[in-house]
Design a protein around this ligand. Sequence first.
Ligand SMILES: [Zn+2]
Length: 244
Amino acid sequence: MTTRYKTRAIVFRRENVNEADRNFSVFTDDFGQLDIFAKAIRKIVSKLRNGIDIFFLSEIEFIQGKSRKTLTDANTIKRFDNILSDPERFNIATDIGEVMGVFIKGQEQDQELFNLLEESFCKLDDNNLQNGKYFLVYYYFLWNIFSLLGYHSEVKNCASCHGNLIPSQVYFSGKDGGVICEDCFKKETDSSNYAQKINSDVVKILRIILSKDWQTLSKLKIEPLTKKLLLDVSQNAIRAFCPN
Ligand SMILES: [Zn+2]
């Protein structure tokens, strides 16, 4: 007899294959990250098509075949309608999905990671979230998933010498794992380290994100320069932490 597995799944990537099939990359409650094959799901008569799609939280049932897992049933638990209907929110969710694809390949069961992903999609979907704040959800997700994966960034003291930080003289080094002081920056000899000057606003934002204080984060007014620096340090950290 074939065993059927049932679990809650958040879909973060969707790929059309063959004439009417799809592959979904999902993160599940019970099994962590899975790739699930959905046969003939793009056919109008498919009984699966209403139950699962990109950025859905669904209850899924699947069987384990020789080489792949095949979806046998799907029921929607939550559709993130604002994410699906608003291209800007959709793009942010897609970026989150890409981070998942890079960092959690084959990841095992992890309730905190499941919760973080669900929480991030809920925040991004929120009716009250202003248009200019969508990008904050991405950073909230990114820096907290780093933490969950063991790349906790030091943002309170210098990540290298552990000394106090002077607000006007702060740098970010992915290699050192966080914010570093000017002395340590000057000692950096490895030019491939990409340590970069940042400002105290970026440090403050990273502290708020890592303490998961969304209330404060969502009310911050962020200057264009700080937004640019935040993007730079995030890319710096992705390069430093990327498993490949
Ligand atoms: Zn230092």
